[in-house]
Design a protein around this ligand. Structure first.
Ligand code: TYD
Length: 207
C-alpha cells in the first residue's frame, strides 16, 4: 500500500510519519519511509537546488521540472520496488504537492501538471493520502518556533500559502475515496491516534 502525506509547511507531517511507521512496524508490517523532494541520492541533489534560498531566479517551469525529476527517480528506484515486495510505503509529499504548490500556488496549468506527473510517475497514484490541514499562519509560526530551516518555498508570501491550502482542500474534496483530511491543529498524540485508526482500518479492508 502506498500512503502519502500532504499539508502545508509546519503541519507536522514528518512527526506523524515517524509515529505511524513505528506503529505499523510494531504491528508486523514492513515499512519504507521516504520523502519528496529527495529520497534518493540523485533526488537529494535536486532537493538542494530546489531549496537553496539563493536560487531566487528559478523559473516556475524549471522548478516543476526539478520536482518531477526527483519524483521520477524516487518512483523508479524506491517506491515501485518496495510496493512490488509487498511493503507499505509512507511518503512525505508526492505529486499532490506539485498540484497544490505549482498549480494552485504558482498558477501553472493544472492539466499540463497532471500530464507531467503521469509521465514522471508512470501513472503511479497513492492508495491513500493523509492531508494534515492547518491554518497557514499557524503552520509558518510553528516552523519558525521549531527553529527549522526556512526553504525557498517557506519564504513565499502568506497569499501563496493560502492558495496552496485552498488547492489542497479542493483536491481532497474531489477525491474523497483517496484523501483523508485530518485537523492538524491538535496535540501530535491525538493526530497520531486518528491517523493510526484510519490506516489500520484501510489495511484490514484491503487484505
Ligand atoms: P520540506 O523541507 O520537505 O518541507 P515540509 O516539511 O514542508 O515538507 O520542503 C518541501 C517544500 O517543497 C515545501 O515547501 C513544498 C515544496 N514542494 C513543491 O512546491 N512542489 C512539490 O512537488 C513538492 C514535492 C514540494
Amino acid at each position: 500500500m502506498f500512503i502519502t502525506f500532504e499539508g502545508p509547511d509546519g503541519s507536522g507531517k514528518t512527526t506523524q510519519i515517524r509515529i505511524l511507521a513505528s506503529t505499523l512496524i510494531e504491528a508486523g508490517f514492513s515499512v519504507v519511509v521516504t520523502r519528496e523532494p529527495g529520497g534518493t541520492a540523485i533526488g537529494d541533489q535536486i532537493r538542494n537546488v530546489l531549496h537553496d534560498t539563493a536560487n531566487t531566479a528559478m523559473s516556475s517551469v524549471a522548478e516543476v521540472l526539478l520536482y518531477s525529476a526527483s519524483r521520477a527517480q524516487l518512483v523508479e528506484e524506491i517506491i515501485r520496488p518496495a510496493l512490488a515486495d509487498g511493503r507499505i510505503v509512507l511518503c512525505d509529499r508526492y505529486a499532490d504537492s506539485t498540484m497544490a504548490y505549482q498549480g494552485f500556488g504558482r498558477g501553472l496549468d493544472r492539466g499540463m501538471l497532471a500530464d507531467l506527473t503521469a509521465y514522471a510517475t508512470g501513472g503511479l497514484k497513492p492508495d491513500l493520502t493523509i492531508y494534515l490541514d492547518l491554518d497557514v499562519s499557524d503552520g509558518l509560526a510553528r516552523r519558525r518556533n521549531e527553529g527549522e530551516e526556512m526553504n525557498r518555498l517557506d519564504l513565499e508570501a502568506v497569499h501563496f500559502h493560502e492558495r496552496v491550502r485552498g488547492g489542497y482542500r479542493l483536491l481532497a474534496a474531489a477525491d474523497p475515496g483517496r484523501w483523508i483530511t485530518v485537523d492538524a491543529d491538535r496535540p501530535a498524540g491525538e493526530v497520531a491516534t486518528e491517523i493510526r485508526d484510519i490506516v489500520l482500518h484501510r489495511l484490514s479492508v484491503s487484505r
